[in-house]
Design a protein around this ligand. Structure first.
Ligand code: SF4
Ligand code: SF4
Length: 421
């Protein structure tokens, strides 16, 4: 690895960037055609290569952290499609998280963006009870069709809220059905727990049917992804430590997650806690056990009795954080094909972000909508009746887009799709 020293001016800010990691970029441009924001704007500053250049210029003190620079960084979805195609192994996600952490501590945002990021995203989303309370009036407004009279931003936000998906709370323990093969933990997630509780129930049922006892520790909390992506690494580390502690001593074969965005953060606890002597190894051990539901079901020869059904044409949208950082693309397709057989059809640009990107559709609604439209047009082109995915944000974004387009195509989480088989 290169060990060059940055050319810093006297006004260079605190060291926030791993300079060697940024120098791994050889400016080849191979990532450009995979970057959703570059595909939309054609602006080099909205590409991975351009953003790395901007980060380095800010670190060197050659560029101020002003509105224009911040906009190019904000516009990044954090989808990490660039990482997956980079021949030089640039750890773009790491560079972005540390740049955003610096940005949030030093740049003064508008009041609206500050309230959205520091209060709504950080104080409400990671807490089940607060999120329930916050979305109750939104669900009511939707049921009463009040969205018609709201301004565009509020209307867009409301379109993301599902009318109702309430299931029973998860039991702390559910025993395997049939031959017992082991014991796994389950991460219920923040958004999944409140907006997709039936999907969580179905995930546990699939694991039980595959022969696993499922433990759901009550003390678990947000995985930290919401904080890491919004530029608050200290809170992300706090969340990681709390979860490591919550699952400690449970004697688990694996820790299962059914939300792609959470999965990629959970698998990177070792890196998140790098340098923390008391926690780094515990983070690595925890992450080594984390498995997405699709990789776990596929990699364990299981007695899941999936029925081949010829009734519905189905397609699959790759959630960014499953396809890019976790490289899981084949397993969900194999599971869907076990049910759909020849009725599975590939989605054009299946791994281009749908615009959800965690909370991006709230902080950058304009670009989120452009990418949502692009995704919906591609889904409609397939002629599918069902689109399956693996992440709550993608599901909300795609369902809202299909509804806006007046389409009857059904968007389903893979756990619900498999459970229905
Ligand atoms: S593919 Fe990698 S090395 Fe090439 S420009 Fe993109 S980030 Fe840099
Ligand atoms: S993370 Fe996604 S949006 Fe950001 S630079 Fe990489 S490919 Fe582009």
């Amino acid at each position: 690895m290169t060990t060059s020293t940055p050319v810093a001016s006297s006004e260079a800010p605190e060291r926030f960037l791993d300079y060697d990691k940024s120098l791994a970029c050889i400016h080849c441009g191979l990532c450009l055609s995979s970057c959703p924001t570059y595909l939309e704007t054609g602006n080099e500053n909205d590409s991975p290569r351009g953003r790395i250049y901007l980060m380095r210029a800010v670190q060197d003190g050659r560029l101020p952290l002003d509105e224009t620079t911040v906009k190019h960084i904000d516009l990044c979805l954090g989808c990490r499609a660039c990482e997956a195609v980079c021949p030089s192994g640039v750890q773009y996600g790491h560079l972005l998280e540390h740049t955003r952490d610096h940005l949030e501590r030093t740049y003064k945002r508008s009041t609206f963006q500050t309230v959205l990021r520091r209060f709504v995203i950080e104080k409400i989303f990671p807490h089940r009870e607060r999120m329930e309370l916050a979305i109750a009036p939104a669900r009511m407004a939707k049921a009463l069709k009040l969205d018609k009279i709201l301004p565009k931003f509020a209307k867009e936000a409301l379109s993301l809220i599902p009318t109702c998906d309430k299931g029973e709370p998860l039991a702390p323990f559910s025993g395997a059905t049939g031959t017992r093969k082991g014991r796994v933990g389950f991460i219920r997630g923040c958004v999944m727990d409140v907006m997709f509780s039936k999907t969580n129930q179905n995930t546990v049922k699939l694991l039980n049917a595959a022969g696993y006892d499922v433990v759901v520790p009550e003390q678990q909390g947000c995985c930290g992804a919401l904080f890491a992506h919004s530029g608050n690494l200290a809170k992300a580390r706090e969340s990681a430590r709390a979860n490591i502690e919550a699952f400690a001593g449970q004697n688990l074969d694996a820790i299962i997650i059914n939300a792609a965005g959470c999965g990629s953060t959970l698998k990177e606890y070792g890196e998140l806690l790098h340098g923390d002597t008391a926690w780094e190894q515990r983070g690595k051990d925890f992450s080594a056990k984390v498995k997405d539901i699709t990789e776990f079901l596929c990699n364990n020869p299981s007695p899941l009795n999936l029925q081949l059904s010829n009734s519905q044409r189905v397609t699959y949208h790759d959630a960014c954080h499953l396809a890019h950082p976790q490289h899981i693309t084949k397993q969900p397709r194999d599971l869907i094909k076990a049910v759909a057989g020849k009725n599975f059809v590939e989605l054009p640009e299946s791994d281009v972000c749908c615009g959800s990107a965690g909370t991006y559709n709230l902080t950058e609604p304009e670009m989120a909508e452009r990418l949502q439209n692009r995704k919906i047009q591609n889904i409609i082109k397939t002629g599918a009746e069902v689109v399956v995915t693996t992440n709550p944000g993608c599901l909300l974004q795609i369902r809202a887009g299909l509804e806006k387009a007046g389409s009857e195509i059904k968007a389903m989480h893979i756990a619900d799709y498999l459970a229905s088989a």
